[in-house]
Design a protein around this ligand. Structure first.
Ligand SMILES: [Fe+2]
Length: 221
C-alpha cells in the first residue's frame, strides 16, 4: 500500500549572508504583554496611547523600511519561493516589520497575523545559544481531525506535529499568515528576531476575485 499526502502547507526555509550591524542598532523593540507589564510604564505602551496609529506604526512596525537593501533582499527571496509554488510573480511586498528581544523566561503566546497573506521571520542576532527559544508553527491540520491520538515520542506525523522555526544567524522563514505560532520559555542571553508580513501587489485577474492595486491607488483614500 502506498501512503499519499494530498494536501499541505508550504513553509519557506532560507538563509541570507548579510551584515546585520545596522539592524542590530535598532532599539524600538515591540513588546509582548509580559514584557510590557514587567517594564511598566513602558515607553511603547505610552507611545501607543499618545501617537496616532499611523505614527506608531511608522515607528515600531515599519522597521525594515529603514533598511531597504535588507527589505529588498527578503522580498526577492520570498518572491522566488512563491514563484516556485505558483509559477507566477505576485510581487509580494513587506508591509509591517518589527523587532523582538526575548529575555530569559519570556514566552511567545500563540497568535497569528492578519491583513497579510504570508508572515516570516529573520533571525538577525549575533549568535543563538542552543537553548534559544524556537518559534513553533502550530499544525493547522490537527485542529481539523476528529480524533486525537496520543503523542508518541520520535514519531513525526505531518498531520499533527508542530514545525520548529529554529533560530540561527541569517535564518529566514516564511509561513502562511493564518498559522498560529508560539514558543516555550526562552533560556539564556537575549534572542533577537525581526518578524514581518507580506502582501501581493501584482494585478491578479481571476473573475470576481480579480485585484489590481492600480484601481484603488492614486485616489485620495
Ligand atoms: Fe508572530
Amino acid at each position: 500500500m502506498r501512503q499519499m499526502i494530498p494536501f499541505g502547507y508550504c513553509v519557506g526555509v532560507d538563509h541570507i549572508d548579510y551584515d546585520f550591524k545596522h539592524l542590530r542598532k535598532e532599539t524600538d523593540f515591540t513588546l509582548n504583554n509580559q514584557q510590557a507589564a514587567r517594564q511598566a510604564p513602558a515607553k511603547q505602551v505610552m507611545d501607543h496611547e499618545m501617537m496616532s496609529g499611523e505614527d506608531f506604526s511608522n515607528k515600531y512596525l515599519r522597521i525594515l523600511e529603514k533598511h531597504p537593501r535588507l527589505r529588498d533582499l527578503i522580498e526577492a527571496r520570498f518572491n522566488m519561493f512563491m514563484y516556485r509554488i505558483h509559477n507566477f510573480d505576485y510581487k509580494f511586498k513587506i508591509t509591517t516589520s518589527w523587532i523582538v528581544k526575548l529575555y530569559d523566561g519570556d514566552v511567545i503566546q500563540p497568535h497569528n497575523h492578519n491583513n497579510c497573506y504570508y508572515s516570516g521571520i529573520l533571525y538577525y542576532g549575533k549568535d543563538y545559544p542552543k537553548n534559544s527559544a524556537e518559534l513553533m508553527l502550530r499544525n493547522p491540520i490537527e485542529d481539523t481531525m476528529r480524533n486525537v491520538f496520543p503523542k508518541v515520542e520520535d514519531n513525526f506525523n505531518v498531520m499533527k506535529n508542530d514545525f520548529p522555526v529554529v533560530p540561527s544567524t541569517g535564518a529566514l522563514y516564511f509561513w502562511p499568515s493564518q498559522i498560529l505560532h508560539y514558543s516555550a520559555p526562552h533560556e539564556g542571553e537575549p534572542r533577537y528576531s525581526c518578524p514581518f508580513n507580506l502582501v501581493p501587489t501584482a494585478a491578479v485577474f481571476a473573475g470576481d476575485s480579480s485585484q489590481n492595486y492600480k484601481w484603488i491607488t492614486n485616489q485620495n483614500l
